[in-house]
Design a protein around this ligand. Structure first.
Ligand SMILES: [Ca+2]
Length: 98
């Protein structure tokens, strides 16, 4: 499957709070591959962020900036992403396959 930022391939909107959930069959894991990635950079990703949540892992990941993140493999069969953006600077987008 594919997940893209809202308005892809154009810039994502400001003031977003989006959740994307992926569920695979029981016993399966999910491999996430980032194809394109560029969202507002900040050292703590406090402006715009993509948060990766794997319920079986304590290792929640926050992504921002324009470096393509490495692939991620889930521990279990469910993962979700939360995409949050603030009220200004929205020059970017992302595309993820799983
Ligand atoms: Ca922003």
């Amino acid at each position: 499957g594919v997940i893209t930022s809202p308005n892809y391939p154009n810039n994502y909107p400001n003031k977003l709070d989006c959740k994307f959930s992926i569920e695979a069959p029981d016993g399966a894991t999910i491999t996430i591959t980032f194809q394109e990635f560029s969202i507002e950079a900040e050292s703590d990703c406090s402006f715009d962020r993509l948060e990766f949540i794997d319920p079986l892992s304590d290792n929640t990941k926050l992504y921002c900036g324009s470096t393509l993140p490495p692939p991620v493999i889930s521990k279990g069969n469910k993962v979700s992403f939360l995409f949050s953006t603030d009220s200004n600077v929205n020059n970017g987008n992302f595309k993820i396959t799983y």
